[in-house]
Ligand binder design. Sequence first.
Ligand code: PMP
Length: 306
Amino acid sequence: MSKKLCEKIWRNGEFINWEDATVHICTHAIHYGSSVFEGIRCYDLGGRSGVFRLKDHVRRLFDSAKIYRMEIRFSQEEVVNACLEAVRVNKFKACYLRPIAYRDFGPMGVNPLKNPVSVDVITWDWGKYLGEEALEKGVEMQISSWQRNATNTTPSIAKCAANYASGALIKMEAISNGFSEGIGLDVSGNLSEGSGENIFMVRDGVVQTPGISHSILSGITRDTVIKLARELNIPMLERTISRAELYTADEVFACGTAAEITPVRAIDHITIGAGARGPVTTRIQKAYLDLVTGKLEDKWGFISRV
Ligand code: PMP
């Protein structure tokens, strides 16, 4: 059995012990992928802790639930407070938070409408998602042979467990081939996203990323990057990006709550730019890490203090 990740887990309004936070094999979500969840980071601000964009993550959780007709029996504010309390109760300074709403045990069969919706908040210590050196040296990725689902299949803007079947195929293929991560194309063969990150490219000083209709999760880090680019006076475009444009970009980086801002030094063994963290990526990465750790003025009120 894997080791314990935290002492207490918030479940449906109360804290329970790690050992008791089990689910029945007949839980709907296990059979049909019917859960929606979030991934959030809490940072050590130097003494105090702060959760980055907590309200935005909880809002996205509720949006995902709405798409799947799941009624969460708590308010967004209650889930926000549960997250803050989970960090406190488990005595973390910095950690990863995973609120998850799932169709629980009820009628068997595909139709989830009569299955109760449970909500848990899990916390754990999660280091650098793509490895310790990734933020500085960058990683090598591959274009996956698996495409992302079309937006009229399982919608990518809902952070639903079912979407991660696609993510796992992309990730396993990349790892088996010796890469850190795989990049999915959309159904038209244009850039979509990584298995757990949004992808940006830089060419001639312009930062570019695909729009929401390219089968991507509307990443909160992606949104932060767009806002920071504006602050730093770096031109920014949301547009359709073809596969080949990635190879000829000056810089490519991946971003996500877990991956933060990770430079991509090669794709399909083709070196991107100078094959190292580029100047624009460096500026954005620094601004991002300064913002989340409280070193840059939080003019948007993104940090919720624990
Ligand atoms: N795309 C996918 C498929 C993801 O799983 C994630 C991580 N949640 C992201 C993008 C990045 O989203 P965020 O910045 O909100 O963490």
